[in-house]
Design a protein around this ligand. Structure first.
Ligand SMILES: Cc1ncc(COP(=O)(O)O)c(C=O)c1O
Ligand SMILES: [Zn+2]
Length: 388
């Protein structure tokens, strides 16, 4: 157990790690877990990983759970990094890869964050957990809460893909559908949580989902044999995966596993919900709420993210970019990736492809570079978007 404390990502205030915490009590911004990395690095070495379990708990020393028996696992993480040779050939990219997160439990990368958050909620004594969700986080929370014996309270927009609603019901969660967006769902959780005794596991409003998601960064480094790719293209809603990877890179450098070179982080959003893209273009550190947010890529329908400044800092420090694509483009990309590589990707993951094409055209990505597209979920959960 190497956690030293929780640190506010905005004001730097220290918070105690061994009790349930949400946002910084000084400034209301997200808390991040800090570790004694020097100690962690004594047993967690690049070589030590070779014989370890094939899930995200292989990075145990840099994850927050203290007691092994509190780990709630369904086999999350250690997903394939697939060489996309046929798609790459079409784009003129020899080193194009897809990190296929649809192969996680509950078919999305949200399993990583929820495995960590639910394990910690259990360890620190929560009985009831609540979340606002665009869909996939809800399915993941419902599954992990069931496995942990916790009660889950889930709030989703009424027009969330049916598969997400049904999976939550079938894994025993209490589901409430709201006429509104994820921000309205979040407001409902905030309004009721104290009275109901719920622990709020909204993304970046508790410190542990980002710890689960950061394992994306550890895995990429390990799967690339400790040479990070030149560019990562990531579909961004709340941004927890991007923020998590950025944190992982820093931790790995401090443990002496990688050098100072970082991938350029490219954030992809929908034209009809692009708060991060707009703030990036305007040079702003925080993103204003995006009015009338709408997109079939439901995970990208996040008009306001509490970790906006962390996303924007990572994009800028990395020399990356933020791009918006249309629903038409991303739906066409589902079929293009599917036909070229045999993956039925989520619309969010598909959005990375038109963004990459644009970067290739503008010369921001060169043909000799290595590029990773993130397929964050499974297309089969979005049948309505394909006329199903
Ligand atoms: C499939 C999928 N991709 C991407 C996202 C956005 O992820 P993040 O909140 O980490 O930015 C979501 C969020 O719901 C999602 O479900
Ligand atoms: Zn603070």
């Amino acid at each position: 157990m190497h956690v030293t404390h929780l640190e506010c990502a905005a004001c730097g205030a220290c918070h105690e790690a061994r009790r349930l915490q949400n946002l910084c009590t000084e400034c209301g911004k997200p808390l991040l877990v800090r570790y004694d990395l020097e100690r962690a690095a004594r047993s967690l070495t690049r070589e030590s990983l070779k014989g370890r379990r094939a899930d995200l708990w292989r990075y145990r020393e840099v994850l927050p759970v203290e007691h092994e028996e509190n780990i709630v696992s369904l086999g999350e993480g250690w997903t394939p990094l697939l060489h996309a040779a046929r798609l790459g050939e079409r784009l003129g990219l020899r080193r194009l890869f897809i990190k296929d997160e649809s192969q996680n439990p509950t078919q999305s990368f949200k399993a990583r964050g929820m495995a960590a958050a639910v394990s910690m909620a259990k360890e620190l004594g929560a009985r009831k957990v609540a979340v606002p969700s665009a869909g996939n986080a809800a399915g993941a929370l419902a599954a992990y809460a069931a496995r942990a014996g916790l009660e889950a309270f889930i709030f989703m927009p009424r027009d969330t893909p049916r598969a997400n609603v049904i999976e939550c019901e079938q894994t025993g969660a209490h589901v409430t559908l709201i006429d509104g967006l994820i921000t309205d769902c979040g407001a409902e959780v905030a309004r009721r949580k104290d009275g109901e005794g719920w622990f709020d596991v909204s993304t970046l409003k508790e410190p542990y989902r980002v710890e689960g998601k950061k394992t994306l960064g550890y895995e990429l480094a390990e799967q690339f044999d400790w040479e990070l790719p030149d560019c990562i293209v990531y579909p961004t809603g709340g941004g927890t995966g991007l923020v998590g990877m950025w944190k992982a890179f820093e931790e790995m450098e401090r443990m002496g596993w990688i050098g100072a070179k970082r991938p350029r982080m490219v954030s992809v959003q929908s034209e009809t919900c692009a708060p991060v893209v707009r703030a990036f273009e305007r040079g702003e550190r925080f993103a204003a709420e995006f009015e009338n947010a709408a997109t079939v890529a439901s995970g990208l329908r996040v008009p306001k993210a509490i970790g906006d400044f962390l996303i924007l800092d990572a994009i800028r420090e990395s020399g990356g970019a933020a791009l918006a694509v249309s629903d038409e483009e991303l739906l066409a990309a589902v079929r293009e990736v599917g036909a070229a590589e045999g993956l039925f990707v989520a619309p969010e993951g598909a959005a990375c492809l038109p963004a990459l094409k644009r970067l290739l055209r503008s010369g921001e990505v060169r043909p000799d570079e290595s590029v990773v597209l993130f397929n964050t979920g499974a297309g089969v959960k979005y049948l309505e978007a394909f006329g199903g």
